[in-house]
Write a protein that binds this ligand. Structure first.
Ligand SMILES: [Zn+2]
Length: 156
């Protein structure tokens, strides 16, 4: 894969080719539940700017608050490499003014770090899933609609 590897800024996570998709993040050592694994960094943009970027097929836009989204499509956001799983070991949480990928169970060394992207149901056919989990839904869908912004959700 041609994408540049992110700068190594985490002692918990390393990046290498993933059986799920492209490059993924893998645990360097055992990670305990509730550990902050990686910060999901990005550029804070207005909803209007977010919509423009969404329409250019940017899938790294994260709901941040009522007025802003976070655009994680940047070289300095290695968390953008983390893959989706339908049986994830992490979840994205907003902690204060930051979004963190937090372990929701113990993660063994070498295990791929995943979280549930939770894309909007109406867009689900755009996002087939190859996570390999026995609980795989086949698509990166979620009914909470809360975490990721989608093109459909931003339609007027
Ligand atoms: Zn899946």
């Amino acid at each position: 894969m041609a994408a540049e590897l992110p700068a190594d800024d985490s002692t918990l996570c390393e990046f290498r080719p993933s059986p799920i998709h492209g490059t993924g993040g893998f645990a360097r050592r055992r990670i305990e539940p509730e550990t902050r694994v990686l910060q999901y960094r990005g550029e804070l943009v207005s909803k209007e700017e977010s919509l423009r970027r969404c329409q250019k097929n940017n899938t790294f836009l994260f709901y941040f608050d009522e007025a802003h989204d976070l655009d994680g499509q940047a070289a300095w956001n290695p968390a953008r490499f983390l893959n989706h799983s339908c049986s994830p070991n992490c979840e994205a949480r907003k902690l204060g003014q930051e979004i963190w990928i937090v372990a929701i169970r113990a993660i063994e060394p070498g295990e791929e770090i995943t979280f549930d992207y939770g894309y909007d149901l109406e867009d689900y056919q755009d996002y087939p899933c190859r996570c390999g989990s026995p609980a795989c839904r086949g698509y990166m869908v979620d009914t909470t609609l809360a975490r990721h912004i989608t093109r459909r959700a931003l339609d007027p």
